[in-house]
Design a binder for this molecule. Structure first.
Ligand SMILES: Cc1cc2nc3c(=O)[nH]c(=O)nc-3n(C[C@H](O)[C@H](O)[C@H](O)COP(=O)(O)OP(=O)(O)OC[C@H]3O[C@@H](n4cnc5c(N)ncnc54)[C@H](O)[C@@H]3O)c2cc1C
Length: 392
């Protein structure tokens, strides 16, 4: 018999936590979230959601609202240029569900979170902001969590969706340090000129600069570059530093780099990865999202993996007699998919960071192979996802 309705405590209200709360409430469980931020306050900048992530959002009933809040790139187009703006090649991302799910959406992160948090609230899921978990005691009758306000919360299942630096992961004795990848990402938000509708990727010498529409009014840019591991940059300096890092870029990047100044929304992130073998659970505590498998951002798939985790976990709980069997099945279904994304993303990032000298050979290779690589990646991703045998 599938799992009876359970009391589930979710730690962290990001993409993974909100999507899991929605999926699990919809499948009959009683869910609550604790989130350490005092108020919902989500990072500036944008995010892409590819068809596989959009498909998961469709499964939990969020697709329409997310599409309405973001920007669909026409025909999933991705235009590649060199760093001075000479075109290299154009590729298209695949749609899903026989074209019913679009190929790629850009959306402001805060907008995506607004949609997710509104649905969590509409479903009546209690969210305790400004709260963390400071202790976990797993016993025969369930888990007793000590919350940072001193209260106790009993749960049949605790879901750690508290991101790359998950404190819950440490509480259950999983010792894994986030690995700094050597890459820093600089992101900025700008007004979108109406004619700029495609995703743009500019291939610089050991640097990349991307431009992505995120609404009718806005776009965001993202530049990746090697940064020392111990670097700290004061936020007030971010606009100036971003402009300096990518000063050799011209063409489509030029107007946005020229705009960077004190009034621009700029965000710097040193990219970390979590590479963790199974099991991703201990007893009644399950890791999902970045807490289990944070990836480098080169394939833009971390958010989609968190969305898929939510759907697959809800399905695993519905399909298995015991919690242990459900959590084991969840890990087995998700590990190959998330590891594939991590491996490809890491390889793409490392290859890009090594590239110096005359780029003409690599651009010629891109012209010959870029679309096949996109199609190959998404075919393999779908095969691995379906092989998990889970997912509505
Ligand atoms: C530069 C960059 C660009 C990216 N671009 C993309 C992209 O285009 N597309 C894409 O799909 N993915 C992208 N990603 C990846 C994506 O952002 C992550 O995979 C995704 O945010 C993971 O969601 P999450 O909910 O697991 O973790 P998070 O988004 O980190 O959310 C964790 C939540 O838990 C809360 N929390 C943390 N600690 C505690 C605690 N102790 N107690 C309670 N709450 C806690 C946090 O406040 C937060 O709300 C990118 C990542 C980076 C770094």
């Amino acid at each position: 018999m599938p799992q009876r309705p359970m009391d589930i405590l979710i730690v962290g209200g990001g993409i993974a936590g909100c999507c899991a709360a929605i999926a699990l409430t919809q499948t009959g469980h009683r869910v609550r979230i604790v989130e350490k931020q005092e108020a919902w306050r989500f990072q500036s900048s944008g995010i892409f959601v590819y068809a596989n992530g959009l498909e998961s959002l469709g499964k939990i009933g969020l697709l329409e609202d997310i599409l309405a809040a973001g920007f669909l790139v026409p025909e999933g187009r991705n235009a590649y240029y060199d760093h001075v703006g000479q075109p290299i090649v154009e590729t298209r991302y695949p749609t899903a569900d026989a074209g019913r799910i679009p190929a790629i959406l850009g959306i402001k992160r805060a907008e995506m979170h607004r949609v997710m948090a509104s649905r969590v609230a509409a479903l009546g899921v209690p969210v305790q902001l400004g709260t963390t978990v400071t202790g976990l005691k797993d016993g025969a009758g369930g888990v007793t969590a000590t919350l940072s306000d001193g209260s106790l919360a009993r749960a049949d299942l605790v879901i750690a969706a508290d991101g790359v630096r998950s404190a819950t992961r440490a509480l259950i004795g999983i010792e894994v340090a986030p690995r700094y990848t050597g890459v820093g990402v600089w992101r900025s938000v700008h007004r979108r000129p109406p004619e700029l509708t495609d995703k743009i990727m500019m291939m610089g010498p050991a640097k990349r600069f991307g431009i992505m529409p995120i609404s009718d009014e806005l776009l965001y840019t993202f530049g990746t570059v090697a940064e020392p591991g111990d670097s700290y940059y004061a936020p007030a300096d971010w606009p100036r530093l971003m402009a300096a890092r990518f000063s050799e870029f011209a063409g489509p990047a030029a107007p946005f780099l020229a705009e960077l100044g004190a009034g621009t929304e700029v965000l710097y992130t040193a990219v970390e990865e979590i590479v963790l073998p199974l099991p991703w659970h201990r007893g009644r505590v399950q890791l999902i999202g970045d807490a289990a498998h944070a990836s480098t951002p080169f394939m833009g798939q971390g958010g989609a993996m968190a969305m898929q985790d939510a759907v697959v976990l809800a399905d695993a709980l519905a399909a298995h007699d015991t919690l242990e069997a459900a959590l084991t099945a969840f890990g087995r279904a998700r590990f190959p998919v998330c590891a594939f994304v991590q491996d490809v993303s890491r390889a793409v990032g490392e290859a890009g960071a090594r590239e110096t000298g005359d780029p003409s050979a690599s651009h010629a290779e891109m012209r010959a192979t870029a679309q096949d690589k996109v199609d190959g990646f998404y075919d393999r991703l779908r095969t691995l996802t379906e092989a998990g045998g889970l997912g509505r």
